[in-house]
Write a protein that binds this ligand. Sequence first.
Ligand code: NAP
Ligand code: HSE
Length: 328
Amino acid sequence: MPSIKVAILGFGTVGEGIYRILNERKEEIKKETGHTIDIVSILVRDTAKERLATPGTRITDDVQEIFATGDIDVVFEAIVGEEPAYSYLSEAIEKGCHVITANKTMFAQHGPALLKHAAFRGVQVCYEATTAGGVPIIRTISGLLPTDRVRRIRGIFNGTSNFILTKMREEGIPFEAALHEAQVLGYAEADPTDDIGGKDAFRKLMILSALSFGRQPDWQDVPIVGIDGVTIEAVKDASAGKLRYRHVADIALDENGALHGSVGPVLIGPEHPLYGVDGVDNAIIVDTDHLGALTLIGPGAGMYPTASAMVGDLLQIVGKREAVVVTS
Ligand code: NAP
Ligand code: HSE
């Protein structure tokens, strides 16, 4: 049985999730694809850190050690920030590896260049996990595009923000305590500034803009506001008036073909489709010419939802389109 050799760059919340799913679902993956998946190497920053045991897999802090073996088929990337992630993935593509990334900071900026490079080299770049965690929004929009036209995309794109707003409303706990819980659960970034400041949602919006409209607006033209200014008193006042705060990112095409985006907290009433979307869930409403409004809702962050999206990408590369469903 042919084996697919993979490397995992990053072994935090997401990288460990990939490792766990590939091991826990080994037999199902073999049955579905006809391949065994061999996790050859894992890249970390600090090899001395105590972490999950990974027998038979090399752990290194030197990416060149991984590339030097010359036999990696697929590189999973789950490290943090634009660099060195972009350089590592460019090198992986150049060496003929398929690439699967969760890194939206890097992909919002360099996604178009990576996709172009990959097309030239005849490999695939998959990025389902960059946007809305476990919600298959990239696959859904990609599937619509050949026959339909996207007009507008709006929704909740940051699980940490939605989790904090929900905790403040439902349990009356202060912002900082709710953020701490989101960090413990692995929803927030190591530095949560961009989660609560709105930039994380903005980057996901830019990734969807490039996919749906073939371009992004000028980044400086998109106003970005986070939830860091939303107080517990404001949340209580909103609830008293049967309103809820949601952090919404929105981008639309106008009749002249110009793109208009915005990111920030909004107050919505019970009739709004985002009113009931609570906790770490994300929700995306896609308006198209043929479908009207299509709404996808699901977990927007966390180990298993995110890693599951990435393993789904692997199955797509290997030739089986449906993701392995993970219930835990
Ligand atoms: P994390 O828990 O902080 O883990 C990051 C991992 O990357 C760690 O293992 C770290 O090594 C390694 N790393 C960081 N910089 C590195 C470098 N320069 N060279 C080598 N290794 C490096 O982060 P995470 O939550 O797993 O997120 C990983 C990526 O997925 C991020 O880009 C994030 O935005 C994205 N993402 C996260 C989620 C989520 O729910 N957490 C969801 C979707 C997307 P050490 O362990 O040695 O420190
Ligand atoms: N920190 C991000 C969030 C992870 O809370 O949505 C998923 O991209």
